[in-house]
Design a protein around this ligand. Structure first.
Ligand code: ADP
Ligand code: ZN
Ligand code: ZN
Length: 816
């Protein structure tokens, strides 16, 4: 009797393949183990076993497997079920889900390149004979393929050897990111404890009586100490007090001050005994309501204004779940946000916190994977961006989804194009776990579910410490321009408010939702605007680099000195981005430190953290940035937030544009005035009477919701209709146009549903590929499964038409 297994391959294939095994293997293999299997010509892949059976495949002769790679399952049956749900709901191939769910270190294939690590020292670490052979080979040649390793070792079981070498840090895989963050050390000063006693102080002042400067310096130290109640960095001290380093040095020599050094991330991973806290009355009430709500609902929305202390409620809740032996998943929209949260959670929970996201090395990810699988004490709480959803939980009790409205929870490309919030809710259902969604500005769909009785709903309307919500002031820039009250892009009102905040020793955040110096350049003689030759967009001007760049494909040229159309030299920049604002600020406040935070300044693994650290340490006075600034960051010393131009957020061709503009503005505004000061927010706009601007000003979420949900209902959008967007791409314009029309016609004839398009999107060509989209709208409650099957069938027949075969179609369910 033959024996078979079903195996998912890490390729974009819709179904598992059947492989033959022998009886002994049949007794050993379990679902969730990996096997190395041949596929195609001479290629070996790491496949995942999803089933065992005795039915030979009908259409092909089952091949034999090469190797069994695991001793026990590394993926649970619940995970396999969840993958299946994702593939079917988001209409993608199971192979795509498998590939993106597993850390790539688990998916070695015969083509994966192995390279040696430069800083590995063989004299430090014991290697087995096999490991040494591989190491030795890598000293002679820069890279090896898995197959070659197999030849060197003369056996099939190469993966255990490779994995051990990875664990020993001797080799790395080609796809690994090798950047290293050098922890930043910061120099602080403090006064020795024994000097701080009352009876010593007068003696101290006497000792310093001959130097006015030294005395002032000590007085200033006391003031700062009283004001900030936190470690004083040397840099902050010299900058704010104007005391020179020479004076500090002589005080250190006298033993009045001492210097000490802290490593930023060293502090972060230590449990802090002072991290305990009590919930305020309002928080306690909300905490109890959430627990009560969990009795009735699987999912609950915690709608708490910015700075209301939602994180503290999550922490207390997590504590209860892990006390009961449960695992907790804490999802964040953005990897960049993890650092701050990890600091807060590790301070409280110590080593029970693990972090998992795609910027961690393979090594680190595999380690966390194993900890979660073993239900280890080291991984009770997992913090991560959306990929953490795919960890092998076995006793998941709670999923917290922070900033649940963020669109980055939705994966855009490649497939699976899943929404981590929605996929998490389904996952929680499989474990009978609870879900807490948190936001100050919930997504329309979420609020609809929460007020419609599908989710529980808990509100928190007071900032922690009863700090007042920021005062929001609108600045009508049309009027300001008319009265000539603008300097560059700064109104006199904004300018004065910045000066005032800075004079009080506060920091300022300025928001502009575009990067570069200006989004386009225009010839003032003939009106020509330089375009990207490969994409349908204008080129963005970068002044510092004196370049024009395409934001979609990276194409760039030196800034032209004359128009390429008419040779006129009268070229003008139009619109403005963060680089221009940064430059203007340097002119307006030359003595201040101005930094910029956008995609251009935060490249690299820790680019973002470096800026955040510097801002936290008050090395930056004014931070200019894009929407990156809007994401749940906490800075205690920011008293002013300025939005330079609210209008370009409002006019985007997207049914979510108004919702997003509202969320963005309220979130950026929320960065102002945390802890002890009331913040101020200045919004510059041409449309101070626009409903969204008014709703932001009044912090009136319900009004925003009511208006948007009315529109959504009228125009057949979520939450009333589900959307499925098909995107077609092809380099040949005519072929694409005809193909899109064919597909549109067949869909609308067969589906008996609203089908829109085929539409040319706002950017209708990227990297020389033309783009068309078709949108299908499904009324809520319709059998979505049947419709999806019908769509897949139509797509299959589309694919079978020879002249359209080369058109790439991607499917996006619930596009964001
Ligand atoms: P949110 O996430 O709702 O915007 P946070 O949870 O970050 O708000 O809280 C805002 C600030 O208030 C943080 O600096 C936090 O440390 C502080 N805070 C909130 N609740 C408490 C509490 N119960 N005890 C001490 N500090 C708190
Ligand atoms: Zn011209
Ligand atoms: Zn381009």
């Amino acid at each position: 009797m033959p024996f078979f297994i079903e195996v998912i391959l890490p390729l974009s294939l819709p179904k598992p393949f059947t492989y033959a095994i022998n009886e002994a293997e049949y007794g050993f293999i379990k679902k969730g183990m990996r096997v190395a299997v041949p596929f195609g010509r001479n290629k070996i892949y790491t496949g995942m076993v999803t089933d065992l059976h005795q039915n030979p495949p009908q259409l092909y002769q089952a091949k034999e497997i090469h190797q069994i790679l695991d001793d026990f399952p590394i993926v649970t049956e619940t995970q396999l079920k969840h993958w299946g749900w994702i593939a079917s709901y988001y209409m993608c191939n199971i192979g795509d889900v498998y590939k993106s769910a597993m850390p790539s270190g688990f998916l070695l294939e015969s083509e994966t390149l192995i390279t040696s690590k430069k800083d590995f020292d063989v004299s430090d670490i014991q290697l087995s004979d096999d490991e040494y052979l591989v190491y030795e080979a890598l000293q002679k040649q820069s890279a090896l393929k898995v197959q070659e390793v197999s030849a060197i070792l003369n056996k099939k079981a190469t993966l255990p050897v490779i994995n051990k070498l990875i664990a020993k840090n001797a080799i790395s895989l080609q796809e690994e990111i090798n950047e290293k963050y050098k922890p930043k050390t910061i120099r602080y000063i403090r006064m020795p404890q024994e000097l701080m006693q009352q009876d010593k102080l007068s003696g101290l002042m006497e000792l310093l009586s001959r130097s006015q400067k030294q005395r002032d310096s000590v007085m200033y130290y006391f003031q700062l100490q009283a004001r900030d109640k936190k470690p004083i960095s040397k840099k902050q001290f010299t900058e704010e007090s104007g005391v020179s380093s020479a004076v500090i040095k002589s005080l250190v020599d006298k033993g009045v001050f001492e210097e000490y050094i802290l490593e930023e991330d060293r502090i972060q991973f230590e449990k802090d005994d002072n991290s305990g806290f009590e919930l305020s009355d309002k928080q306690q009430e909300a905490f109890e309501s959430v627990k009560q709500s969990f009795d009735t609902y699987q999912v609950t929305l915690l709608h708490g204004i910015t700075s209301s202390g939602k994180t503290e409620i999550y922490i207390k809740l997590i504590e209860e779940f892990i006390k009961n032996g449960k695992q907790v998943l804490y999802l964040l929209p953005e990897i960049a946000l993890t650092t701050q949260l990890v600091v807060r959670l590790t301070a409280y929970f110590g080593n029970q916190v693990a972090v998992f996201h795609s910027k961690y090395s393979n090594n680190e990810r595999i380690e966390t994977w194993q900890q979660v699988l073993e239900d280890s004490e080291k991984a009770r709480v997992i913090i991560g961006a959306r990929s953490a959803l795919f960890l092998p939980f076995n006793d998941l009790g709670l999923i917290v989804i922070d900033e649940e409205h963020e669109q980055t929870f939705k994966q855009q490309d490649p497939a699976p194009r899943y929404h981590a919030r929605d996929a998490a809710i389904v996952l929680a259902g499989m474990y009978d776990a609870k879900v807490l969604l948190g936001s100050a500005t919930p997504g329309i769909e979420t609020y609809y579910n929460a007020t419609g009785g599908k989710y529980g709903y808990v509100q928190l309307t007071e900032r922690y410490g009863k700090v007042l919500p920021p005062e929001i002031v609108l600045v009508d820039i049309k009027d300001k321009y008319k009265r000539k009250r603008m300097t560059g892009h700064f109104s006199d009102t904004l300018n004065e408010a910045i000066a005032e905040a800075l004079s009080e020793g506060r920091q300022v955040i300025l928001f502009q939702n575009r990067r570069g110096y200006s989004p386009w350049v225009e010839c003032m003689t003939c009106g020509h605007v330089p375009q990207c030759p490969q994409c349908d967009v204008s080129l963005t001007y970068y002044k510092f680099k004196n370049q024009l760049r395409c934001h979609y494909c990276g194409y760039n040229i030196a800034n032209p000195t004359h128009c390429h159309q008419c040779h006129s030299t009268d070229l003008s920049t139009k619109g403005f981005g963060t680089e221009q604002i940064e430059m203007e600020l340097k002119g307006l406040f030359p003595a201040k430190n101005v930094w910029r935070m956008d995609q251009d300044t935060t490249r690299g693994k820790f680019g973002y953290e470096k800026i955040i650290d510097a801002f936290k340490n008050r090395e930056i006075d004014i931070l200019v940035g894009t929407q990156m600034l809007a994401k749940g960051l906490h800075f205690d010393n920011v008293s002013l937030v300025g939005i330079l131009n609210a209008d370009n957020m409002l006019y985007q061709p997207d049914f979510r544009a108004f919702e997003r503009a509202y969320q963005m503005m309220v979130q950026v505004a929320g960065r102002a005035g945390r802890k002890d000061v009331r913040g101020k927010v200045l919004i510059q706009t041409y449309n101070p009477l626009h409903n969204i601007i008014q709703q932001v000003t009044n912090n009136d979420y319900p009004a925003m919701y009511k208006e948007q949900v009315y529109e959504r209902h009228n125009f057949k959008y979520p939450p009333f209709y589900r959307l499925i967007r098909l995107t077609l791409k092809q380099r040949d314009y005519e072929k694409l146009k005809n193909g899109a029309l064919w597909l549109y016609n067949v869909l609308s004839e067969n589906l008996n549903l609203p089908v829109l398009g085929p539409e040319e999107p706002a950017i209708s060509r990227i990297r020389n590929e033309y783009i068309r989209t078709i949108m299908i709208k499904l009324p809520q409650g319709n059998s979505i499964g049947g419709t999806k099957r019908a769509i897949v069938k139509i797509l299959d027949s589309f694919d079978a038409i020879p002249q359209y075969k080369s058109i790439r179609v991607s499917v996006n369910v619930d596009p964001y």
